[in-house]
Design a protein around this ligand. Sequence first.
Ligand code: THU
Length: 128
Amino acid sequence: MDALVEAALAARERAHAPFSNFKVGAALEDAAGRIHTGCNVENATYGLTMCAERVAVFKAISEGARQFTRIAVAADTAVLTPPCGACRQILWEFCGDVEVVLVNLEGRIERFRLKDLYPRPFDASFVR
Ligand code: THU
């Protein structure tokens, strides 16, 4: 299996999701081939919960990565779980039109471009 997909599935195991019990893992590949993982981290106030995808992006940015190629997202759903709207915005702003690889625990995989999942995005080009 693709190392990126394996990393997303492994990251899912580290999810902190005691409120929803919905575990998500993400693995973001940078232009140097390095993989940055993330899992969802929930909070008792619910609203402060952070999705797996944004954890992966913020970890990667904090490590100095700036260019990205792909992100894999793993969850235990028959209909493959896509990034939420907030994550699509963050992915667009930090990663651009990356490939988004969705996977479930049965190893079912679907691939998209972020542009197709998040058409006509707002970004820094409007405010500069
Ligand atoms: N969640 C993610 O981490 N990524 C997604 O793509 C969808 C939703 C998390 C947030 C929350 O911890 C749980 O899944 C249920 O919404």
